[in-house]
Design a protein around this ligand. Sequence first.
Ligand code: BGC
Ligand code: BGC
Length: 856
Amino acid sequence: MLIEKFGRASALGVFLALLLGSCGDTAPPDALESGALSGDATAQSTADPWPRIDPAPLDPEVEAFVADLLSRMTLEERVGQVIQAELRSVTPEDIRRYHLGSVLNGGGSTPDNDKHASLEDWVEFADAFYDASMDTSDGKLAIPILWGSDAVHGHSNVYGATIFPHNIGLGAANDVELLREIGAATAIEMLATGLDWTFAPTLAVVRDDRWGRTYEGYSEDPRIVAAYATAIIEGLQGVPGTPEHLGEDKILATAKHYLGDGGTDGGRDQGNNIDHEEDLVRIHNAGYPSAIKAGVRSVMASFSSWQGQKVHGHRDLLTTALKDYMGFDGFVVGDWNAHGQVESCANDNCAPAFNAGMDMFMVPEDFRGLYDNLLAQVQEATISQARLDDAVTRILRVKKQAGLFEGGRPSSRPHAGKQEELGSAAHRELARRAVRQSLVLLKNNGPLLPLTPFSRVLVAGDGANDIGKQTGGWTLTWQGTGNSNEDFPGATSIYAGIRNAVEAAGGTVELDVGGNYEQRPDVAIVVFGEDPYAEFQGDAPNMLYEDEDGPDLALLRKLKENGIPVVSVFLSGRPMWINPHLNASEAFVAAWLPGSEGGGIADLLFQQADGSMPYDFTGRLGYSWPRTADQTPVNVGDSDYDPLFEYGFGLTLAESTETSMLSEETGLEGGAGASGNAYFANGRALTGFSAMLGGDPENLIIVQGLEIVSEGLSPSIMMADREVQGDSSLLQWRPGAPGYFAIRSDGGPLDLERESNGHLSLSLLMKPQRGPSKPVLAGMRDANGNSAQVDITPLLEDGDDWQHYRIALRCFAEGGVNMKEIAVPLELYTTDEAQLVLAEVRLATAAEGDSYCPEQ
Ligand code: BGC
Ligand code: BGC
């Protein structure tokens, strides 16, 4: 098996033994006879690979309670149960009127839109929603509402909560018991806010690290995911059959995103998984049997498709495989408006998803329309009464099992409002331990580590004192952007952790992000890496961390040239190609996204004051590390497996390994490639896009390089300077000469439909230099030549300095352009004299600031 095939037998063997030791049958299920789901004639085998799981017997008392309740519910009440609306759009009055079964708060969504909402605020909202659901004054039944939230690394939308390392770090920690403890701690912090249900764990087995959600997965290895699923779910919900199960210290868990989310083609978020059925089951389904046996009460359907068909509309996957074969008796919740992407569906109208087996619609805003449509669809039998009753039964079963009918108002429950339980010292200590266990030592020449705390230490890099950066996406805001240290009371930055360790021993620490120093340091610790991102914003074109002339590399090289030994601490949501950075560092630690307890880093870098070293590195790669920037996918078990650092790799302090200089050839042809959400940067079109000019939108000429190739045209384009020479482009329209500037996608149209209903905007970093004398229109154009244009002249009147101009994507969607097929993500048009200097064009999130959309 694996262990013989790939070097480092000992490390890998120990790694898996540790992981799998305590949990019996996590091996992929045996193939079973009888027909497969895909009917794909090219599939490797015709045997049906799906596991069969005998469901645990249902509790007759629960079932009788549910059946009785259901029999007394009107059609309207039943329809309401299958709808989940979002905090920013829903009111208690809606819950009463539509008998809604559930609410969620999406990423970065908080009571009163206050990022610093207090425990009392959360509990107050929970009470208000609960009260509305229990109100019988209209003669309807009292059915407690369920509130779900993305507590994906701790209760991560909540101010003051403990933030654990993201799952990629936990995967490297090789410790199932740790997962159990983190689950239990997260449950308590959620209960303190009065909430019932987390949308976690993510059981994606991530196979292409370009995916922006790579860090939400534990590993590329299905066995780790299977072993962890059991532990985290039992930590959150309790062990089935024991008194603690779904008791007052526990919450409901969600296994997501079913199925195949980690295996989309090219690592594209919400993309298409093209695996054969065997691989779909063996790799991507690996966590679900464990989750179901651990009693997970909900499963979230994936935005992605399997072999071209959206999972939300996939009856074979949602009903036959999950419910019939694997015996899942909880309920399937949809993902954020994902049903709207099923063929012939809209956000407020989608019988096909429900008929395929999705039991609860996550329909943040359009729940009123959806309610009316569902009601009509049951009345006209597009949806059968039996299907509706099955979904409602499943939801009520879970509510009953969770004790909601007896639980009383959220504020009356044992943990509610307990400030001392949110971000408690014990939870923070646990998170700090998780950080220690997750760090992977990639290089330690000398050996430079461990450091003595009596030294003069320089701490540098923009990740050193930035808790927002070390916590990553899905933290306080959806994408994790826009957070500062003040947003994290009780947390410790990596720098603060180092300072505490060094100063306690009598050494000195200097912090300078740019790596400048007053007195020559003995050693520099440089903390750098990816800025926060989450779903689809984080998709990357390749594994390149930064260009040859990137700022972090320059910093490392400057220190190296000055003869200062460097320890690099790399923050990232995935392995990345960083060979030049490795070469410029004596020691190198992959720290992933460690969360709020940055002290865990210093724990492994420094000896104690008495010279002892209580800890060693135990983290091992749960993801293979790429040898070149284009080496993706690369996964343990590949026939041509040749990564830079193998799956299971990780040095200890005890080992004295010298790492030699590595090749600095990226392996990429034609530059760095375009990031999924940027089209134009530093004044030029990114790879995969062309900048174009001309008078006829169907017939523009491409401008290459930045020399003036456009004389006589309107607009013309020439190089301009923003911060450094030539990092922007001046567009000049001549008097009375109408014309377009456009950015075209060369690799085929872009699908921005998902982005357009997620509060994203098209962001232009631009400076109006002269004019305009006539309106300036910013537009998007689809593959059929339809364009939607927004008059941005009022924005340009605000001043003549550099600004981010953000236009809501929804504005283009409403303008009638087909967001699924955007051929030109930006065109600028005016008819008379104007001068605009443009540096950057990309998508931006709501957290970056308001966006513009005039009344139409
Ligand atoms: C994500 C889910 C998440 C949900 C609610 C979706 O966009 O894909 O993982 O649970 O939003 O925030
Ligand atoms: C996310 C939510 C988030 C929203 C912002 C969704 O895709 O899942 O959690 O709040 O977008 O618009």
